[in-house]
Design a protein around this ligand. Structure first.
Ligand code: NDP
Length: 341
């Protein structure tokens, strides 16, 4: 059995979901309530591969909200993730993806030191960040969407917001070794890590977001931002492509501009309907088929009975592992989302 640990994007989102799911007593509650709420299994999932194989999974809602980080409720945030992991393990789930901020919190607050959660000793090999598949899918979106838009990578500048992150650095590695992209612009805050990435890649220019915006043919957003930042499409090249892989989204508001095409980054579409409810809640266009690539990674590992933390730690994702998970992704019927909005 596979598992998905997820969370909602904001307090307002959580309140509206509670109302929609018929929990009006949760809908009026503030952040304190969500800080105290325990994890819950809220969905049972059945997935059929195009090979005909069927698997079953569970969705664990951690009750974490990004406002916990913004309001320095760090203890609550870390407890949410550890408790959700313990909940998944207690229910016998073999491989669980840590969606959205779950793996970021796990890494940033070094939660591997807190292995014992009440009477459960966490077995980390039962968990995966899902970031290898996410990075692979975003690279496929770059390669395939650029062809659709007539952007030739050999003459293109790609800016990566969050370049030094787990997903961002993997994308940079892939673009460097598997494409002929002309220029990479690396954007993040920590200069030392940016310089280390630049040295590792042997290329790329460090840039601020404002510097990169007018230069980029393709802007890939994979920063861990609790709240999106607005961008002015008038400042961007025309045509250009934006791939927003953040959860919550890195971009605040929708870009409505004929010259700027936007893709939901790190999202896959399955070839067959998945029997579940949960993707309606995160507003996927086709909830029965579209999902986060990190969640799909735990499904792929379950299909293949690879019960190990395939994606773990930070900045260890290799292009070989991206190719390996990419092969499995295609084998079982997942494709990168390529519908612009
Ligand atoms: P990491 O924590 O590994 O990396 C985050 C990156 O963002 C770092 O480069 C960090 O560098 C940068 N960053 C953070 N804040 C800012 C800022 N204010 N300005 C510029 N850069 C910033 O995160 P991951 O790679 O694991 O995840 C990245 C995003 O992808 C998250 O939003 C996550 O929720 C999402 N995600 C999506 C998935 C999907 O399936 N679609 C799956 C998993 C994650 P620095 O701190 O130096 O600024």
């Amino acid at each position: 059995m596979f598992g998905l640990i997820g969370h909602l994007t904001s307090l307002t989102h959580a309140q509206s979901v509670a109302r929609d799911l018929g929990y009006p007593e949760y809908a009026d509650q503030g952040l304190d309530f969500w800080c105290a709420a325990p994890p819950q299994i809220v969905d049972t999932i059945k997935v059929t591969s195009i090979t005909g194989q069927q698997i079953e999974g569970r969705y664990v809602e951690s009750c974490f909200l990004p406002e916990m980080l913004a309001n320095r409720r760090i203890k609550a945030a870390t407890r949410k993730i550890l408790n959700a992991m313990a909940h998944a393990q207690k229910h016998g789930i073999n491989i669980t993806a840590l969606g959205g901020f779950s793996s970021i919190i796990f890494e940033n607050f070094k939660l591997e030191q807190f292995r014992n959660v009440r009477n459960i000793t966490l077995e980390f090999q039962r968990f995966t960040t899902g970031n290898t598949h996410t990075a692979y899918i975003i690279c496929q979106q770059i390669e395939q969407a650029s062809v659709k838009l007539g952007i030739s990578l050999s003459q293109a500048t790609i800016a990566i917001l969050g370049a030094t992150g787990d997903i961002g650095s993997a994308i940079c590695r892939w673009l460097t070794s598997r494409t002929d992209v002309q220029e990479l612009l690396l954007i993040a805050r920590d200069q030392e890590r940016l310089e280390a990435l630049q040295t590792e890649l042997g290329r790329g220019q460090i840039a601020s977001f404002e510097e990169a915006l007018p230069k980029a043919d393709i802007l890939v957003c994979v920063a861990s931002l609790p709240k999106g930042i607005p961008i002015d499409p008038e400042k961007m090249k025309q045509p250009s492509l934006v791939i927003d892989g953040g959860y919550p989204k890195n971009l605040g508001g929708q870009i409505q501009h004929p010259g700027v095409s936007v893709l939901n980054g790190g999202i896959v579409e399955h070839s067959l309907d998945i029997d579940w409810q949960i993707m309606q809640i995160v507003n996927m266009d086709i909830p029965a088929r579209q999902l986060f690539a990190c969640f799909a990674e735990s499904m792929l590992l379950e299909f293949e009975k690879i019960y190990t933390n395939f994606s773990w730690g930070r900045n260890q994702i290799t292009v070989e592992k991206m190719e390996q998970i990419g092969l499995l992704s295609r084998k079982h019927g997942f494709q990168p989302l390529l519908n612009f909005f």
